[in-house]
Design a binder for this molecule. Structure first.
Ligand code: AMP
Ligand code: MG
Length: 330
């Protein structure tokens, strides 16, 4: 357990609540999750109701042993390789599901997404519950994902037990790969990159058409996601940042928040209200702070936000996947 204030009793209480069909918020290495017993249909329905999550957006099931994977899915050879390389860790695998998983969890699909998180509190909670835990991110649908217990409390005031283990390590949801068919398909980019996956599988990993809203391979991707309340604009250059700053200030009649990186050889003008998110090029820190920065903008009442984009490669692909959705108007 990372947070010394979290006790064995807290874990036992949370496990008992899960067994009783209640919903509990808990940390993982990616973001905080909103968990329920994955085999209890009514408990899982509570997650959808609490979040306001559309019924066609499936939940990821969290496990704490490979035996659990075997009970829930038909394990494919590709899945075995990836589990060996990346589990426990920030990788979700979509596999054919076995009977017993309620339809509500998989949104009626014949496949299900499974992840073995590395966070000790998450693992202990699953063991304490004695059941796999279905969990999406612990935020209201559409809002930026929570990377601290405080973020969870902002969205669900007094509504649930939140296990607080401090800020998460990664800050970005898991990589989702479909290994249910003949060829692997990347459904959602994340901390584990395409290159890493290809190396282990020794074959090309196709990128799902992430913007295909008509027949999305990963249902959740058609929705507006991760969005702050303020008007968010992404910029790639200093000139763009300054131009957008002018425009947004004129339009909203208030000062925008500029979420920018720290460049070694240039500084930002003094009159900008700047949130320095990371050193330029430090994508891991950028990913860890990204949602917190957007939530900071909201809680401070900014009506507009300028955010410096990163190159969409490696971890940057995952960052930009989230930011482009966050900046979407509808
Ligand atoms: P979240 O729980 O909000 O991190 O999102 C879970 C995402 O995982 C969904 O929005 C889907 O994109 C993906 N996912 C989960 N299960 C499946 C599945 N059976 N098939 C395809 N994608 C899935
Ligand atoms: Mg989410």
């Amino acid at each position: 357990m990372k947070n010394p204030t979290l006790t064995v009793e807290d874990l036992q209480k949370a496990g008992a609540l899960l067994r009783a069909g209640e919903v509990v918020a808990f940390p993982t290495e990616t973001v905080y999750g909103l968990g329920a017993n994955a085999l209890d249909e009514i408990a899982c329905a509570k997650i959808f109701a609490l979040k306001g999550r559309p019924a066609d957006n499936p939940l990821i099931i969290h496990i704490a042993s490979l035996d659990m994977l075997d009970e829930l899915t038909e394990i494919t050879p590709m899945a075995r390789k990836l589990a060996k390389a990346f589990w426990p860790g920030p990788l979700t695998m979509v596999l054919p599901k076995k009977p017993g998983i309620p339809d509500i969890v998989s949104a009626g699909l014949y496949t299900v997404g499974i992840r073995f998180p590395s966070h000790p509190t998450a693992q202990e909670l699953i063991r304490s519950a004695g059941q796999p835990i279905a969990a999406p991110s612990a935020n209201l649908s559409g809002r930026p994902s929570p990377t601290t217990a405080k973020h969870v409390a902002e969205d669900f005031i007094d509504q649930l037990l939140i296990l607080d283990s401090g800020p998460v390590e990664i800050g970005l949801e898991s990589t989702v790969i479909d290994v249910s068919g003949e060829h692997p398909i990347l459904l959602r980019p994340g901390f584990i990159t395409i290159n890493q996956l290809e190396k282990i599988l020794d074959q090309k990993v196709r990128l799902a058409n992430l913007e295909d809203a008509r027949r999305p391979a990963a249902p959740g991707m058609k929705y507006r996601h991760y969005a702050p309340k303020g008007d968010l604009r992404l910029v790639t250059t200093r000139d763009q940042a300054l131009k957008q700053h002018q425009e947004l200030r004129d339009q909203h009649k208030t000062e925008p928040l500029c979420i920018l990186t720290e460049h070694p050889d240039q500084s930002w003008p003094d009159h900008l209200e700047v949130f320095l998110i990371a050193k330029h090029g430090d994508l891991e820190t950028y990913a860890r702070n990204m949602f917190a920065a957007l939530r900071y903008a909201d809680s401070s009442g900014y009506q507009s936000i300028i955010m410096e984009a990163v190159p969409a490669e490696g971890l940057g692909l995952a960052i930009m996947n989230r930011l482009e959705k966050a900046a979407k108007k509808a």
